[in-house]
Design a protein around this ligand. Sequence first.
Ligand SMILES: Cc1cc2nc3c(=O)[nH]c(=O)nc-3n(C[C@H](O)[C@H](O)[C@H](O)COP(=O)(O)O)c2cc1C
Length: 272
Amino acid sequence: MTQPRPEVLQKLTPVLTKRWLSPDAWQIGVYERLDGYQALRKALDVHPDDMIQLIKDSGLRGRGGAGFPTGLKWGFIPQGDGKPHYLVINADEGEPGTCKDLPLMTYDPHSLIEGAIIASYAIRANRAFIYIRGEAVHAARRLRNAVQEAYAAGYLGENILGSGFDLELVVHSGAGAYICGEETALLDSLEGFRGQPRLRPPFPAIAGLYASPTVVNNVGTIASVPYIVLGGADWWKSMGTEKSAGPMIYSLSGRVVNPGQYECGLGITSAS
Ligand SMILES: Cc1cc2nc3c(=O)[nH]c(=O)nc-3n(C[C@H](O)[C@H](O)[C@H](O)COP(=O)(O)O)c2cc1C
């Protein structure tokens, strides 16, 4: 493989991919040395509603395909309803040609875990799930190992970092069905049924997992959260376009000279 041209390299904005080339960045000690879990400490000092507002202000849109505004989705979760709330992370990534979530979970799993803790805190969920494609054995192994490390370090479990906030995080491997990437089919599969899309309404924010308020977000969406907490909404909006803020991991494959993952601001074209 040749090196991309310098003018191509200049257009890259490594944010979510910035640790991928650091040796052993999937291990918690390395992750912590590279700013890991700093955003969590900052987030736990802030009111959950302010965390939702920050994500709204950042203009973050879902990275799972539909591009729905993430802060708005979090804000749909009813508060004070007495029901359990759930965060479900969609790591099914079955679309042909897409390959951003699996490398992220393989090379930087703690960024997803840190984002999951912050997102759960914001929507007041005490249980979160990562639903990962069944064939992704290597990524799932890395992720499960990272979850164990996070429990041992006090980032997961009861009274996280002395904040009073509790979170259990479960990694669930699917059986490998494309339709289970659709969020309501995913919820059925997670509940132990055959994965088939549900009729809507009700939407998952009102009646999702186990008929309780649920946020379903893509891996890339949730992994973006710690960077926004540390860098701020204006920094995030300085990348991408007015309506689609931030960087995006693009996968180049097929008849191209340098296949691979490239992170650039949203809005870039293949000609640029
Ligand atoms: C047939 C089908 C397959 C899908 N597959 C995926 C997938 O593999 N990963 C994903 O994140 N979203 C997938 N989606 C979109 C999800 O239903 C949902 O919109 C997304 O997970 C929401 O996350 P986001 O708001 O962070 O983008 C799929 C949708 C459909 C209709």
